[in-house]
Design a protein around this ligand. Structure first.
Ligand code: BDR
Ligand code: CA
Length: 309
């Protein structure tokens, strides 16, 4: 098996932290670059957190900071879920310094140097860095084998009734990414809500892993308030679903769809309009993940986290 060259854009974020550690623990992926966007908390904290998460894993992966706000429109954080520091109050040791430059320039350099259709790009936050890249040099889409995004919702959102957090925070950028021509896979709330982390999963992680990353992951899981949408039974591992799709696609089902953004100013702003039945007669531009095997997901996630230092 040849590991997939992978770039991850993220806004850590409690569930981003788990997703990054899953990626670092997975031999299926060769993570070459982590770029960071403001999102769950401000860019100053998401960048600090990304550096610390990478540092704890011991992986020599460059981390580069990027956009601190959306291309257009309002920007709202999610400190009410992720805590003021973005990691549920957990203080990790300081990570290695950020690499110089801006995320969009680091992404551009990495893709210019890559073979056609050779790089997997994962987006775990607002799509601003990715939208800037693909709007300013659209030809770079040809270097991507797949774009996997945790974003959007077919059913209800989690910021507004229409919009999921990442989509809401930069719908214009997400629209650019959806239209770029590279194959897109969408891990929307519809599938990520199925990855519900409960107290039994936290206990299983504590039993499985004694390394610093596993212990930090368990502390992060403990810190996240239970989700009202899940009747308080646990909280969702949204971002890890995007990584898990690349690591263990057999845990998912999905279908080809056309996906477009609602960019209007009204109550639908930020909604991902997902055409499952071909009603718009638009060509497919995305794979929409529909179901997840939650037992298989948590079994593998916990085993992988337990491998880390
Ligand atoms: C998404 O929003 C953020 O709060 C999470 O990190 C995830 O990327 C879920 O809606
Ligand atoms: Ca995120």
């Amino acid at each position: 098996m040849t590991p997939r060259p992978t770039i991850i854009d993220c806004d850590p974020g409690t569930d981003d932290a788990i997703a990054l550690w899953l990626a670092f623990a997975s031999p299926e992926l060769d993570v070459r670059l982590v770029t960071v966007v403001g999102g769950n908390v401000g860019l100053d904290r998401t960048l600090t957190n990304a550096r610390a998460i990478v540092g704890l894993s011991g992986k020599p992966v460059p981390v580069v900071g990027g956009a601190d706000r959306a291309l257009l429109g309002p920007f709202a954080d999610a400190a009410y879920v992720h805590g003021d520091n973005g990691l549920g109050g957990l203080e990790l040791p300081e990570g290695p310094p950020a690499a110089p430059g801006l995320a969009v320039d680091a992404l551009r350099a990495a893709l210019r140097a890559a073979e056609p259709a050779s790089v997997t790009l994962v987006g775990l936050g607002p799509a601003t860095n990715l939208g800037l890249l693909l709007a300013s040099e659209p030809a770079l889409a040809a270097k991507l084998s797949e774009i996997v995004l945790m974003t959007g919702a077919l059913a209800e959102g989690n910021v507004t009734p229409s919009a999921e957090f990442n989509a809401w925070n930069d719908p214009e950028a997400l629209s650019i990414v959806l239209g770029c021509g590279a194959p897109v896979t969408l891990a929307t709330l519809d599938v990520t809500n199925q990855a519900l982390c409960t107290p039994s999963h936290i206990a299983a992680l504590r039993a499985a892993g004694q390394g610093a990353c596993a212990r930090a992951a368990a502390a992060i899981w403990d810190s996240v308030p239970p989700s009202r949408r899940a009747d308080g039974l646990g909280h969702e591992q949204h971002d890890a679903c995007a990584i898990m799709w690349l690591v263990a696609p057999q845990l998912f089902t999905g279908r080809a769809v056309h996906a477009a953004m609602d960019l209007g100013p009204g109550p639908g702003r930020g909604r991902t309009v997902i055409d499952r039945w071909g009603r718009t007669r638009q060509p497919h531009n995305a794979r929409f993940l529909e179901t997840l095997d939650p037992a298989g997901f948590f079994d593998l996630l916990i085993r992988r986290l337990a491998r880390l230092p």
